[in-house]
Ligand binder design. Sequence first.
Ligand code: MD6
Ligand code: FE
Length: 217
Amino acid sequence: MQTELDLFDPESPLPPQWVAAQAVVLPGFALPQVEVMLPLLRHVVAQAPFRHMLTPGGLKMAVGLTNCGALGWVSDRQGYRYSPVDPLSNRPWPELPGVLLELASRAALVAGFTDFQPDACLVNCYRPGNRLSLHQDRDERDFTQPIVSVSLGLPAVFLLGGHSRSEPTQRIGLRHGDVLVWGGDDRLRFHGVLPLKAGAHPQLGSLRINLTLRKAG
Ligand code: MD6
Ligand code: FE
């Protein structure tokens, strides 16, 4: 029986870390599923490759992006939106793997969000030096639904800000297998990712992959 947290036992999970009233990091929550997830993600990327989308201002995003699920987030000169088809292939996005649906729903529940059923999963690919500037996620229909984010590969520093761009940000380390759930009053906080530091991850090499599961439609 485990009576106390053993910080030196690699098998012992770290406790949830609340970073705001309704935002929590679940350290290593996805680790038991990683081995099944990685080949499924490779299959997604084979069908819908990473691409560098244009911002409405005409700049190319540094982070590579693709999607799986009934809806996928796309960006171009016309703006940001969810689309049922991949504009590169004109076909539906690859299916959202059941293991991810189930993982997201369990993680959301730990954070107090019941019955989370995502229909979109953005897949972001970072290379060393790539960053994600401060933004809000506001293209989804229902802001009462949380977002579940899964980090894989190289570690990153996530910036969690306030409800206006100018508020100070807190730095949150996200490592391979960590899951971040946020919703409620925190759902529209500004956030971003600092430039990725170079490194070598045993499974993903010089990459960081981030999955964000959402109820978009
Ligand atoms: C990333 N994530 O971690 C980018 N958005 O690479 C996001 O933009 C994000 O992690 C909403 C909720 C959680 C996230
Ligand atoms: Fe975001």
